[in-house]
Design a protein around this ligand. Structure first.
Ligand code: CP
Ligand code: NVA
Length: 301
């Protein structure tokens, strides 16, 4: 298992053993503060807003003895059409790793192609791998064996659910996406899942049927309108109206189910009673972003 100098762009590029190693490292080294990044600088290039990803990466770098440099896309020459290729080549001469949050996953791939340092996906339109690594840690800590869980994601086939489904298909988990018709994951993601399923014996279901929430041990949701989809707001709120996580809906889940949300949350997708209720683990989930990203930096940089 070799992690050093690898990119983390999608979980599809990692084996079951590698995914579990990142999570195990995160759990084991949770509160360890040390100087392994001393003298190293990690860049954070953001094209979209962020609270958790940005701050937890900055704190993670700090706790490992390194420095971080935050770069807002609009303040770099990228905003005046300097190419991704040239930017990647220059940043590779200054930095020891780059965390990037971009609109287009294809642009992240281009940056990674020309970078000689590890590039870590801090969310694109297609994937959010760091989120799901932290979430899997949360499920293990709260519920134990991942294989014994019935994980249900209610929402669209978006960056968060794509990464959850891909991780589940690699790890051999029982995971469902319940979404309105027309909001399924893209064909490229479905193909990856199908191929992995054959090897891992995972049970991945994509359905429009809300009654599939029955006996879920994990219920996960995300906003109905992701960053960059703002002009679809009216249509999405109409199309998702039935798919809100309500008190009534969660009654169908297992009695000791946990409720998860990657945050930030809006009032549309989940009732206050569920979001702030006793089954909710959303704050631990947010905290685990810090721990798992420390593990990622330890292993990759
Ligand atoms: N969950 C998550 O990535 O949150 P931020 O957008 O605040 O980084
Ligand atoms: N799907 C959401 C996740 C935010 C962390 C978005 O892309 O806006």
């Amino acid at each position: 298992m070799e992690f050093k100098n690898r990119h983390l762009l999608s979980l599809k590029d990692f084996t079951k053993e590698e995914i579990l190693k990142i999570i195990e490292t995160s759990i084991k080294e949770k509160y360890k503060i040390e100087d392994i990044l001393k003298g190293k600088t990690i860049g954070l290039l953001f094209q979209k807003p962020s609270t958790r990803t940005r701050i937890s990466f900055e704190v993670a770098v700090n706790q490992l003895g390194g420095r971080s440099v935050y770069m807002n896309w609009s303040e770099l020459q990228l905003s005046r059409k300097e190419s991704l290729k040239d930017t990647a080549k220059v940043l590779s001469r200054y930095l020891n790793a780059l965390v990037a949050r971009l609109f287009k996953h294809s642009e992240l791939l281009e940056i990674a192609e020309y970078s000689t340092i590890p590039v870590i996906n801090g969310l694109t339109d297609l994937y959010h791998p760091c989120q799901i690594l932290g979430d899997l840690q949360t499920i293990i800590e709260k519920k134990g064996d991942l294989k014994k869980q019935k994980i249900v994601f209610i929402g669209d086939g978006n960056n968060v659910s794509n990464s959850l489904l891909i991780a589940s298909s690699i790890l051999g988990l029982n995971t469902k996406l319940i979404c309105p018709k027309g909001y399924e994951p893209p064909e490229s993601v479905l193909n990856i899942i199908k191929n992995n399923e054959r090897i891992s014996n995972a049970k991945i279901t994509i359905t429009n049927n809300l009654s599939e929430v029955e006996d879920a041990t994990v219920i996960y949701t995300d906003v109905w309108v992701s960053m960059g989809q703002e002009e679809e707001t009216t249509k999405r709120i109409r199309d998702f109206a039935e798919y809100k996580v309500t008190e009534k809906l969660v009654k169908k889940a297992a009695p000791d189910y946990i409720f998860m949300h990657c945050l930030p949350r809006t009032a549309y997708e989940v009732d206050d009673e569920v979001f702030y209720g006793q089954h909710s683990v959303v704050w631990d989930q947010a905290e685990n972003r810090l721990h798992v990203q420390k593990a990622i930096l330890r292993l990759l940089v």
